[in-house]
Design a protein around this ligand. Structure first.
Ligand SMILES: C[S@@+](CC[C@H](N)C(=O)[O-])C[C@H]1O[C@@H](n2cnc3c(N)ncnc32)[C@H](O)[C@@H]1O
Length: 319
């Protein structure tokens, strides 16, 4: 479904992406932002249409949930390009919903239609315990879950940025320091910054992400570690007040679902410039081939390449 003006849609849209929910609501479409929780309202549906996610655990979770939320005889429609794994998912969905596999090709995309037959429903698919937060070994005690970017590892670029925090994070000597973590994921960068605070109550961290699973995990980490601040959902920090941050940390996304989106970095840089106070500073880490100097032109007065390592560059940006 293309969210364009004039669109008519009488169903309910559910997405784990805040930008999509926001765009739908702006067009008068009933929409819900959550981590693919189809059961929240206890409602049953006659049709669920799902463009398959990139992550297998999320797709398996949605197929499993369809059994709980479809009315008898209701349909689960899966959409996806060949590279999305749609052919395999069509097979699995058919087995789970108790029907024959039906896959239609439409240009480069495939549509899998699955009619639910309660009497023949098959075994639950392995969804890696999708709904539950856990503490993956590699995260040193931090909470995370499937459904969010790199959920069970520490990103190499983020670790590089974090190694520079001791040198650049403003100190709290002169009062409260307000930090924004843009595209926070499970909150790795926020936690690293909070760890460096000498007066934790004076370091206020605002973490923001577009992804519902990231919000859940990051909130859990803020609570577990008593981090002073808040976690909110938005599109590249669209919900954060202008001129509100002394310091901003960001490892911007490069992919949105299956697509590589080059202009995401531009949007994150623009929003960072808007959110920072007049003399605020930002640390950005990006893939080394992203032309940050050109993209930051006109937005920031100061731009310094601090480190280039393992395919990533960390920049210091100042207004
Ligand atoms: C490269 S990851 C970095 C995650 C985290 N900061 C870390 O260091 O582990 C980029 C993050 O941006 C988020 N993201 C993607 N599109 C976004 C958008 N439009 N607005 C806000 N966040 C977004 C993703 O969900 C992901 O958590």
């Amino acid at each position: 479904m293309l969210l364009v003006p004039g669109i008519q849609f009488t169903g309910k849209l559910l997405s784990n992406r805040w930008d999509i929910v926001h765009a739908a609501e702006a067009l008068g479409i009933a929409a819900q932002f959550n981590d693919f929780d189809l059961t929240t309202n206890g409602e049953k549906y006659s049709r669920i249409v799902y463009p398959v996610s990139k992550e297998k655990a999320a797709v398996h979770h949605v197929i499993n949930s369809a059994v709980e939320t479809l009315l008898a005889g209701g349909e689960l429609l899966l959409l996806g390009a060949k590279s999305s794994g749609i052919k395999t998912y069509a097979q699995k969905a058919a087995a789970r919903l108790g029907c024959a596999k039906q896959l239609q090709k439409h240009g480069n995309d495939y549509l899998s239609v699955n009619r639910f037959d309660e009497t023949k429903a098959g075994a639950t698919l392995d969804d890696s315990d999708y709904t539950n937060l856990r503490q993956p070994d590699a995260l040193g005690g931090l909470w995370s879950k499937p459904g969010l970017f790199g959920w069970n590892k520490i990103d190499v670029g983020s670790a590089l940025l974090a190694s520079l925090l001791p040198k650049f994070l403003p100190t709290e000597k002169n009062g409260e320091v307000r930090i924004v973590d843009l595209g926070c994921g499970y909150g790795y960068l926020s936690v690293q910054a909070a760890d460096l605070a000498t007066a934790p109550e004076q370091l206020h961290i605002r973490a923001s992400d577009n992804n519902a699973a990231a919000i859940l995990a990051c909130r859990e980490n803020f609570q577990a570690l008593n981090i002073h601040g808040s976690v909110s959902a938005g599109d590249a920090g669209s919900e954060i007040e202008s001129g509100s941050a002394d310091f901003l940390i960001c490892n911007p996304p490069f992919h949105q679902g299956f697509q590589v989106e080059g202009d995401l970095t531009d949007r994150f840089l623009q929003q960072a410039a808007r959110i920072l106070k007049a003399k605020g500073l930002a640390l950005f880490v990006v893939n080394e081939f992203i032309p940050v100097s050109r993209k930051a032109e006109g937005l920031f007065q100061q731009l310094q390449l601090l480190s280039r390592e393992k395919g990533f560059c960390v920049y210091l940006l100042g207004k």
